[in-house]
Structure formats: C-alpha cells, structure tokens
Ligand binder design. Structure first.
Ligand code: ATP
Ligand code: MG
Length: 367
C-alpha cells in the first residue's frame, strides 16, 4: 500500500499543506524545527489515530486553533481509499471513504505504518513500557481482535485497581466482586498473552534472518516472552486464562496491600537474546542497536505476511544514528518494496548512492 496524497489543516506547525507522494522513497529535508517530524507524525496519526510522541491530542492542534484535520488518499490493493481524521476539543472523528466510523478500532488498520525514530534504537535497553508499547502499537494495527482485547483489558484493569485501592483503604471488604474482576481480567489477559506470543514467534522468524545477514552470520537473534505469570510456555488460550485467574487469586493480600494489580500482560516484557545471551544485560551498544534495527525491519515482513501488503515506513532522523554498514542494510531492505518517508537535515553519501529516484521535499516553517 502507499499514501498518494496528504492534506493537513492546522496540524502542529502546518496551517495548510497538500502533498503528493511517490510510491517509492520520499525524502523530507530541512533544518531543525521546520516540521519534518510533524509531517511524519501526521501520517502516523492518520494511520493509528494517535501520536507516537504525545498522548495529548491538543498538542497536535496548531497553536491558537480549535481543530486539526488530516486527510489522506491511500492506495490499497487496487483501490483508492480516502481516510480522514479530525481532531477537536471534543475528541476525534475518523472517516473511511467519507463515512464516519463509530469506533476507532474500525478505523485503525486501514493504513499500516511502521515508524522508526532514534528513540526506537533504545527498544532493547529502554524500559519494559517501551517494549510493550511497541507490541501493542505495531500488532494492534494488523490484529483487530488484539486491539479489542487490549482495550477491554485496560478497562477491567482500571476497575480492578480502583477496587483494590478501596479494599486497601477498608472502604469495602467484598472479595466476591474482586473474584469477578479477576476472572474478567484473566479472560482478556490470557487472550492477549497467547496473541503476543504468536506475534513474537512470527516476528522472530524474520528478525533472525535479517540479523544474521547484518552480522554476517555471526549472531543468532531470538526472543522470549517474559512474564510475571509462571508456567505460561506452550499453553492454549484457555489454559492461560485459567493460569492467570489462579495466580491472581493466590496473591490477593499482596495486591490489596499495594492497591494495584501485580501480574498480567500490563507487566510483561520481551527478552532479546543473541546466541542465547540477554542483549539487554550483556550486549554492546552496537549489538543493542542492531537488534532494534532487525526487529523493526522484521515488522515490515510480518505486516506483509498478515495483511498481504507492505506497510509504509517512516524513518525519522535514523540514518545519522546508524553507521555506514547499517545504513546500507536498511536502505537495501526497503528499496523498491516499501513506500518510505525519510527525514534528514541533508542527504548523506550513503543515501545519495543507494536511494534510486527519491522524491525530495524541502520543509521550511511548516510548508
Ligand atoms: P528537527 O530536525 O530538530 O527534528 P523537525 O523539522 O523535525 O526538526 P518538528 O519536530 O517537526 O521539527 O517541529 C517543528 C516545530 O513545530 C517546532 O518549532 C515546534 O515549536 C512547532 N510546533 C509543535 N507543536 C505545534 C503546535 N501545536 N502548533 C504550532 N507549532 C507547533
Ligand atoms: Mg525532527
């Protein structure tokens, strides 16, 4: 798939903009603070209905305005699909083919994107929150059921934590309701874990191949789903639901004391291993970055496998963060395959040699 056209109105520092893109590589050049990242962000928001940099949609609306609007024309299979996301004071409206969607989950997934920014290079050594977010955002785009379960899980989790707090403050002593909440949480929790495990197995297959090639056959990359729940390997969804429910119920006292839910997918993590050793603990900085690169690039193939089409790739300032060999690898992987939007202060030599026929945009003060 590719994005043919993008129109922005009062998005960040863009008052109005209309751009036609190449299905190949689009290069956005410009000095600092001109609006390069803002443009990538608008594409990301158009696809996922949320920003990668802020949870507060107000920040996306141009200073002094009350609404922002992002319109895109997506070419998907043999169709042209108009998408629109309107951000206003009272939330957002999402339209597919000019029809407003009642639920955002019906909207997300029409356009698939993978964003790679310098912060993603710290996927491996960064926080578990970042790794969970990575799975949730990337997998959520291509798996509606996952997105649904995740939303439901978060709702129950909020209620359960709230209830644990009232138990801890002795406002109530009704454990039956806690049982009900635990069962509901386990229902979605078990389902989320089984889907994450499957996603990681799919991702691992491609990441392993890419990583071997980047490291010239030296490093075998593997993943592990790392959970606070015990005994969850090779379990069916039903078994996982049961396991989570049982384990929740064995630690009520601890959870009531702390006033929060201590186990479940909201606390889980991914472990990356090179030749069997944990990259986070034992890997060099270079190995950690290469791992992040392999993982990100592998997602392109996973999305293709699951949706039948390649996603868009948004590369924010990453070339300058990678050495020549890794830049070459990245650019070779995407060549002629994936519509790419790449920001940089200027073209460097590797990019000049490897990117065939880029469409170049010079971004200046939101124009
Ligand atoms: P760099 O090369 O430093 O990464 P950039 O071109 O990627 O720069 P952006 O992150 O896109 O820069 O930001 C450009 C400008 O947008 C900033 O100066 C910022 O103040 C401005 N900006 C951010 N949010 C808004 C907003 N809601 N309304 C108006 N301007 C905004
Ligand atoms: Mg930027």
């Amino acid at each position: 798939m590719f994005l043919q056209k993008l129109q922005l109105k009062n998005f960040r520092n863009y008052s109005e903009a209309s751009l036609n893109f190449s299905p190949g590589i689009n290069v956005l050049l410009g000095q600092n603070a001109q609006g390069k990242t803002n443009l990538l962000e608008s594409i990301y928001v158009l696809a996922t209905a949320r920003s990668h940099r802020t949870a507060n949609d107000r920040e996306l609306i141009r200073f002094g305005n009350s609404d922002a609007d992002i319109k895109g024309l997506v070419h998907r299979r043999s169709d042209d699909l108009p998408l629109e996301l309107e951000l206003g004071k009272r939330g957002k409206k999402a339209r597919v083919n000019h029809l407003e969607q009642a639920k955002l989950s019906q909207y997300i997934g029409q356009l698939n994107v993978i964003l790679f920014s310098p912060e993603d290079l710290s996927l491996v050594k960064g926080s578990p929150t970042g790794r969970r977010r990575f799975i949730d955002m990337e997998f959520g785009q291509i798996a509606p059921r996952y997105l649904h379960d995740l939303t439901a899980y978060r709702d129950v989790l909020k209620q359960r934590n709230h209830y644990l707090k009232s138990l801890s403050m002795h406002q109530t002593n009704d454990r039956v309701y806690l049982d009900v909440l635990s069962e509901q949480l386990s229902l979605f929790g078990g389902s989320i874990i089984v889907q994450r495990q499957k996603f990681l197995t799919d991702l691992e297959k491609y990441a392993q191949e890419l990583h071997l090639s980047i490291t010239q056959g030296q490093e075998q990359l593997s993943f592990e789903y790392d959970s606070k729940l015990k005994d969850i390997k090779d379990r069916s969804e039903q078994e996982l639901q049961q396991i989570m429910d049982t384990q929740l119920k064995t630690q009520y006292e601890k959870e009531i004391f702390q006033g929060t839910t201590l186990i479940g997918p909201h606390r889980d993590d991914i472990k990356f291993l090179i030749n069997g050793k944990n990259v986070q603990t034992y890997g060099s900085q270079g190995q950690q970055r290469t791992t992040a690169l392999s993982v990100k690039l592998a997602e392109i193939d996973v999305m293709k496998e699951q949706t039948g089409e390649y996603p868009l790739l948004l590369l924010d300032d990453v070339l300058s963060e990678l050495d020549g060999q890794r830049q070459t690898h990245l650019l070779k992987t995407i060549q002629n395959k994936v519509q790419t939007f790449l920001t940089a202060p200027a073209m460097n030599d590797v990019a000049r040699n490897l990117i065939k026929a880029p469409k170049i945009f010079t971004i200046e003060k939101g124009h």
